[in-house]
Design a protein around this ligand. Sequence first.
Ligand code: F0G
Length: 482
Amino acid sequence: MSEIRFHSGQTVPLEMHKARIVQKIRLVTPEQRLAAMEEAGYNTFLLKNRDVFLDMLTDSGVNAMSDKQLAAMMSADDSYAGSETFSDLEAKIREIFGKEYFLPAHQGRACENLISQSMIQPGQIVPMNYHFTTTKAHIMVNGGTVEEIFTDEALNITSNEPFKGNIDINKLEALIAKHGADKIAFVRWEAGTNLIGGQPFSLQNMREVRAVCDKHGIKTVLDASLLMDNLYFMKVREAACKDLSIREITLKISELCDVIYFSARKLGSVRGGGICTDNSEIYEKIRELVPLYEGFLTYGGMSVREMAALVVGLDETMDFEVINQGPQFIAEMTRQLQERGIPVITPPGGLGCHLDAKAFLPHLPQTDYPAGALAAALYIASGARGMERGTMSEQRNPDGSEPLAHMELVRLALPRRVFSLSHVAYTVDRIAWLYENRALIGGLDFYEEPKVLRFFFGKLRPKTDWPQKLLAKFRQDFGDSL
Ligand code: F0G
């Protein structure tokens, strides 16, 4: 993947791969989409994939795999204990991250469970650039609390700050001064910070954080699930990384971390996860839990085929021409949205495009779940499925009150190498139509609200008959078209 300059002077992303296997998708009628949305309780997580045209819910486990990954799956060595494929994976992790020990897990949140159980004492704090939903849940279940110490720019929707995922060093120092280093379980970095729009941190900021941690004897943990995007942004946005290879940048990052964990549903584009470290004490503690929760130490809940594909996937992650496809498509989609005046997170990050639902639907209070409403409206208008990342995705406080999210976002994930630019253009067109008709979009209300991670299973209903009115306007404007 590279950006190619057209004769007109415009720069466009150009794929450095070709599709050799394809999957048919279908676009059902807007009437069917409204019925499907009703049935799904206005929660895009509960839609059936057969009713979805462009699945932009997530990149998790749905990136396109390469021919070499598929080929590797065929020669995986199947064995409960001592599989050769696991040894290959261990060696690849050692090569890429330079860490001695590796423990496999079935996915990212499983790593969070293992790390939280072994590294957090009740009452301890985990400072971080920003939380991810499952991370926070595991930290809380283990008696810890999350302290977000992002910089002031992090929550500015439109910004020129290239590294909105950075940690504010002054806030870190102040937190340690206030609570004492013993109260800090570890500092957590999240690469390609998911919930603030796939935003990266810089290598320089990591170094500054590590220096503070060293001064106080505090450990550092990296969530590397979205590392591939963060690596891309370091290479193109950070002068000091410009002349380094992706491998070199990865090793420099790794040197600053005591523990690295990842969801291989993202990193490596398979389905699985893992933890690596040089610290034998931490390794031994976590190792005890792996057979209990995941599986034997040489598979940890992953199939050997996924492990074999992960070995190749991690290697491909070190190729700039592979990892630049995602961010460059997202930048192009962001450009098209901005051209039409649609509020969207800038600078463009990794993972997907993020619509700013607060600015899109200023007439809706956060308690009406504007991001949830916009995601539902977009599905009805286009068959594209995005994900609510706002107040619906927050957990209620222990006293039952509802925290309002910092941002109300609709995430339109672009799983890597899955969609074409015409898919992007179609989605942008339907979003632009929705923007013109935004006054028609109303709020939502829970009628089934699970206590934990409510956004996964919760069901909502529209507060008025706005979805029917939206459908009527669609028919008026688009006639018989789908
Ligand atoms: N950390 C980050 C930064 C993530 O984005 C995710 C998953 C996890 C941890 C958990 O990993 O799903 O393998 O258990 N993010 C997915 C998403 C679910 O859609 O953004 P997992």
